[in-house]
Design a protein around this ligand. Structure first.
Ligand SMILES: *Cc1c(COP(=O)(O)O)cnc(C)c1O
Length: 418
């Protein structure tokens, strides 16, 4: 693995921010940006490898990677050079045209997906758009009798209206109802509940092999196998949302590949795919599913543009040639094993470098603050749950610096919350 990133100031803090402090930028932020994200935790100006720096010159080990996005860390030299030279050669063309990078990335995704003959790819700019395409695929598998779409309790599939209809959290949904209809949420990882819900009225089952936003909750292999068998039996599509769990994040190219015999009808990707550049995809498996949406029924202006697909190719190539799957499994296993031994950590979940752990109290948000103060970026998915989704190039040594600091971070957080 190439664990280094080249620190450069050419387009870094100096040129962009002058002498303004983080506090200055945050004051301007609140006057210019819509308040949907609350107050940002820091103003970041530069990154290299697994490290980022803020406007006040503080350094952080990034254990979140822009929410499972920066698979190769920040400013990876190869991704940077491929994206730059593609932009300097041909940046955008619309889907009236195609480009070699678009075709090559689609072929690479089909190869890594082990997709059967007749499989196809549709490119998007984000995860939510990949889910929108999946939702339209489900509608194309619908009839007056077959109209239900099943998703799981705890599901997160994005914030656009179709993706939101699949997302379960009431606080995200209710302000925007009515949402596209027909979606029902059924209990998580409950094979009996799935069997009860499944019949010829179901058009699609949409599931995350590992629920990310819900606190890194993996579905059991038995559930994935039952989901495959029952959807096939009843003529429903099995749609796997691998936006977060895909692209080597769990030590497999796609998380579902850990369970033999589970081949989906469709799979959504985004987050890690572009190594930090926005690109998403819907992969459809086999000829029948791949022709459900026909010419003119879907589209996008930016989706699959030369720069985004070059970023995807550069990312996949680097992951493949550096042996990332094994590295992710090794470092992830090391992290989970040591986390389980930390006092105040009550359970550890996940696979590869998608890791969730629970605390013995509701001090996860305070732990995020204490970690920042100690120079680490982590994430709270709930009051007592921490998520780690670091760059896939994270080394054991870097992981160890966090593990060594964690007991004191948790002590600080517990005291701040008491
Ligand atoms: C992040 C995420 C999405 C939405 O992706 P965006 O790029 O934020 O629209 C969808 N599904 C899953 C599983 C995700 O983790």
């Amino acid at each position: 693995m190439n664990h280094t990133g080249t620190a450069t100031t050419a387009n870094g803090a100096g040129a962009l921010t002058g002498d303004a402090s983080g506090a200055d930028w945050l004051a301007r932020y609140s006057g210019a940006l819509m308040g949907v994200f609350g107050t940002p935790q820091r103003v970041l100006v530069r990154g290299a490898g697994c490290t980022v720096w803020d406007a006040d010159g503080n350094e952080y080990l990034d254990l979140l990677a822009g929410i499972a996005v920066n698979a190769l860390g920040h400013a990876h030299p190869f991704v940077t050079s491929v994206v730059s030279s593609q932009l300097a050669t041909l940046g955008h063309i619309s889907n009236f045209f195609t480009s070699p990078t678009q075709v090559a990335l689609a072929e690479k995704l089909l190869e890594l997906s082990r997709a059967p003959a007749g499989s196809r790819v549709f490119f998007t700019n984000s995860g939510a758009e990949a889910l929108e395409a999946a939702m339209k695929l489900a509608r194309r598998n619908s009839t007056p009798e077959r109209h239900r779409i099943l998703a799981l309790d705890g599901a997160f599939h994005g914030r656009t209206m179709g993706a939101l209809a699949l997302t379960s959290k009431k606080a995200y949904r209710e302000p925007f109802e009515p949402l596209p209809g027909g979606v029902e949420h059924i209990p998580f990882d409950d094979v009996d509940a799935l069997r009860t819900a499944m019949d010829g009225s179901v058009a699609a089952l949409v599931i995350e092999p590992v629920q990310g936003e819900a606190g890194v909750r993996p579905l059991s292999p038995e559930y994935l196998r039952a989901a495959r068998a029952l959807t096939r039996e009843h003529g429903a599509l099995l749609i796997l949302d691998e936006v977060q769990s895909g692209v080597a994040r769990t030590g497999r190219w796609f998380a579902h590949q850990a369970v033999e015999g589970v081949v989906p009808d469709a799979m959504t990707l985004a987050k890690g795919l572009g190594g930090g550049f926005p690109v998403g995809a819907l992969v459809t498996f086999g000829e029948d599913v791949s022709t459900l949406i026909s010419a003119g029924q879907h589209g996008t202006t930016f989706g699959g543009n030369p720069v985004a697909t070059a970023a995807g190719l550069a990312t996949l190539h680097t992951l493949e040639s550096s042996g990332a799957l094994q590295h992710v499994a090794d470092v992830g296993g090391y992290l989970r094993e040591r986390l389980a031994a930390v006092q105040g950590v009550t359970s550890v979940r996940g696979a590869g470098l998608l890791i969730g752990f629970d605390l013995d109290g509701d001090h996860a948000p305070a732990a995020v603050q204490a970690a920042l103060a100690a120079g680490f970026i982590i994430n709270a998915t709930g009051p007592a749950t921490i998520r780690l989704a670091p760059p896939l190039i994270l080394t054991r040594e870097q992981a160890a610096t966090f593990l060594d600091a964690l007991p004191s971070i948790l002590t600080t957080a517990r005291e701040a919350t008491a």
